[in-house]
Design a protein around this ligand. Structure first.
Ligand code: HAM
Length: 414
């Protein structure tokens, strides 16, 4: 039996990797344009980094392990925020604030694989530390939108749904939910959209809640909240208010968020969240660092790629494979000896040069092979070499001409 890849993982063949790199390039460009510096951390951490502050949702999805023969517990990272908080805490007061970091790490979650959910995925993280007012929240959201816009999405395609933990908690309290049941209620609200209505109704009953406590967030909710009012002004200032709406169905599953939270969704609401984030003003302190406000988000590649494909903004990835500048073939005889030196010279000049490895000297077949690589030019080494010339074919126009061997580079670069 053939070996199979583990469930929920992906093999990236060249077009698949090219598609991922296209998305990553949009993420990286948007981050750098907005003044964020790239960081990376270990792919596994001590288990307690996650059990301390991420919340049950993530803890139940850990891949945890011990070293063979060892007794220390580790876990593959399910998210980046604990690592980032640990790194910030380690720098302590020497960190110049504000600090703006981004990263594109892989993550591992032992979830049930399904549409938009895998066990290994990439996630763009953008985090701004040391600014405690909503201008920072608006700036990180604007950075997310910049990347989505660069990938071709518009505010008709996606929506940033913004909420505030305090507003949601106080609305739930007003509807009669007690403090001791608040965390259960928040978790249920967070999961509601992902559950079938009858399953949700069952859970509500099980905990003695009222359905109305949860449906109160549907439709337009007008709140007068100082932080949200000032965020609204900032969203206008950053020119992104059209992409955003307040929506108090959003609470976020992770336990460390302290205030403003948000998720980015495909507009029809059919897919899982493209991104999620918010403010976590206490986390760095909790990992032993100085008190430091922080806001950020994570955007996964899986849902985003589904959305881009649905909208015709991403193909199978072959459209992003690098196009060869030149493909060199030989019509046989002495010309064969010139294949390697010619290709070597072209590569030395910085051109993307490929050659045939086939034994046939049937030029028609070799041209077909060249065309399959999508090369811009094909160079045919043949009898003309005796005069120091080669035949060069422009694969887009079909034009073919005889030029001096020493002119190939300038001809292609022109
Ligand atoms: P999260 O909501 O757990 O937040 O994940 C953010 C995004 O990562 C999701 O919206 C989704 O696109 C992607 N994602 C999560 N799990 C999976 C999965 N199993 N398969 C595919 N994609 C997935 C966080 O992780 C926070 N640490 C984000 C953050 C950064 N908050 C502040 N800074």
């Amino acid at each position: 039996m053939a070996y199979q890849s583990p469930k929920g993982t992906r093999d990236f063949f060249p077009p698949d990797l090219a598609a991922l790199q296209h998305v990553e390039a949009a993420w990286r460009n948007a981050s750098i344009n907005a003044g964020f510096d790239e960081i990376e951390g270990p792919t596994f951490e001590h288990l307690n980094l996650y059990t301390v502050k991420s919340g049950d949702g993530i803890v139940n999805e850990l891949f945890s392990f011990k070293r063979a023969g060892g007794d220390i517990d580790y876990a593959l990272r399910p998210e980046f925020t604990p690592t980032l908080a640990r790194m910030a805490a380690a720098k302590g007061r020497s960190l110049t604030l504000p600090t703006k970091w981004f990263g594109i790490p892989s993550h591992f979650r032992a979830e049930r694989p399904q549409r938009g959910r895998l066990r290994e995925f990439k996630q763009w993280n953008v985090d701004l530390l040391g600014v405690d007012n909503p201008s920072a929240d608006a700036e990180v959201i604007a950075t997310a939108i910049r990347a989505l816009a660069n990938l071709g999405l518009t505010h008709d395609d996606v929506i940033v749904r913004i909420s505030h933990r305090d507003v949601v908690v106080s609305m739930l309290e007003k509807s009669g939910i007690s403090t001791d049941k608040m965390q259960i209620a928040l978790t249920l609200l967070d999961k509601r959209e992902k559950m079938a209505p009858d399953v949700f109704a069952g859970k509500i009953k099980e905990h003695g809640f009222d359905l109305a406590s949860f449906t109160q967030f549907d439709g337009e909710t007008v709140v007068d909240h100082e932080e949200l009012n000032s965020l609204q002004e900032e969203l206008i200032a950053w020119g992104i208010s059209e992409w955003c709406k307040f929506d108090f169905n959003i609470v976020r599953g992770l336990a460390y968020y302290t205030g403003i939270v948000f998720e980015i969704h495909e507009s029809s609401g059919n897919e899982r969240a493209i991104a999620g984030g918010g403010r976590y003003d206490k986390l760095i302190e909790m990992f032993g660092g100085p008190s430091m406000p922080a806001v950020g988000f994570g955007m996964g590649d899986v849902v985003l790629s589904l959305v881009l494909r649905d909208k015709g903004l991403l193909g199978d990835g072959s459209e992003f494979l690098p196009r060869p500048d030149v493909f060199v073939i030989s019509a046989g005889g002495d010309a064969d000896k010139q294949l390697a030196p010619t290709v070597a010279t072209l590569r030395q000049a910085g051109l993307h040069a490929r050659m045939t490895y086939r034994a046939t000297r049937n030029v028609g077949k070799l041209l077909t092979e060249a065309a399959k690589t999508n090369t811009r030019f094909t160079v045919i080494l043949g009898e003309e070499l005796e005069q120091g010339n080669v035949v060069i074919k422009d694969m887009d126009s079909g034009d073919q001409s005889e030029i001096a061997l020493c002119d190939i580079i300038s001809h292609i670069k022109k």
